[in-house]
Design a protein around this ligand. Sequence first.
Ligand SMILES: Cc1ncc(COP(=O)(O)O)c(C=O)c1O
Length: 434
Amino acid sequence: MRPEANNSTTAAVKRRYAALLAQRLETSPEQIFLFWKGRVALYALLKAIDIQPGDEVILPAYTCVVVPNAILYAGGKPVYVDISPDTFNMDVDQLEAALTSKTRAILCQNTYGLSSNLEKINQIARDRDLVTIEDCTHGFGGSYQGRPNGTHCDAAFFSTQWNKPFSSGVGGFAVTRDARIAQRLHAFSSKLPHPPFRNLATLKLLYFVRRYLLTQRNHWSLVRAYRWLSRRNLIVGSSSGGELEGIAMPENYLYGFSKTQSREAIRNLVQLDAWQREQKLNAERYTDFLRRHGKNHVSPTLFADHSFLKYPLLVNDRDAFMAAAEKARINLGDWFVSPLHPVESNFSDWGFDPARFPVATRVARHMVNLPTVRSDPARVSGFLAEHLDNIMGENAARSLASEHRSSSSNPTTTADEVFSDASRRPRTKINAVP
Ligand SMILES: Cc1ncc(COP(=O)(O)O)c(C=O)c1O
């Protein structure tokens, strides 16, 4: 390993990046901690709050598998709560039932850029002396009740992976205003090894490919090739195969952040405001279009605050919809097509029983994401117009939730609606981490 020289230039670039983040998060650079990936930032936070074996961490039952992984690697136990069909975040009304004397922390996710009900969660946490952590991996740049995402809980973590609000290829950071957590994060992050030279060289190559070679036409072929290579650990990727197949912490998991990533992040961060304006505008256009056609859409009441990293849409037959989109060269997103995306089976390894989280499980079966940035919304709407029959109706999300309520009084129907019944597994080839 020949690390990037850990010299004063590296420190200066990282400081500059931390200062830019701090400005946006209305905090000081000393409260920002940079990591190789968002999941490493979460792991560091859990260590900083001194998670002990068996301590329970609450999280939504609709997330990326690397989140429960970080909890398990840190020695904690993930405890899932089903989601609200409006925001695809934790259903706060079900939160209290999940709390036990072992609960230590609650993760408040920002799915697709939509916020959780943070007042209510914070109130519950305060009453019981629990730590709250915002999972802002989708939500940098958005706000909640007029304040930036990531400033509402005891701590927050963010991701700057490829498809996140702005990118450093892979990357993440944590922020906290809590002095004790900050001090422990500092101690933890200063001991982390520097990312290996090979990883950084590959990242630079990938930046080049993304900037100059990726087109609408080759999007899916390149993305598939990238996912295939990273899953086999042949390229620095979003996730290694091991992270998606089991709960053992991979060897090359804990790294700090590099100058290479900082430079790429700074370069992209300056475009964030323009991108987010575009995202919001496109999300409004989609909502307007879908509302006019009586199809499911994000409620306009959620527009004031949220950033729209992706626009969630529920369809009847996802495989058909995705295949048609690929043919039409519309780059739809595929998160989260499993409640522990992108895991397809062996949910029990993660302590997850799909039958207990029917809303998340059903939503995952029907979800696609519309692009909100660097896309042509008119072309996307044209595509939607051609495939209206495959888009679920206005009250799709609500009816998925109420279907659960009526079927839960009849256990025989509940059982055959989960992934454990092979005939109803999602047919989509799931092989990607967002
Ligand atoms: C909700 C959520 N949390 C955490 C992460 C982890 O972020 P990173 O890929 O930077 O580790 C992701 C995925 O990428 C995610 O979608």
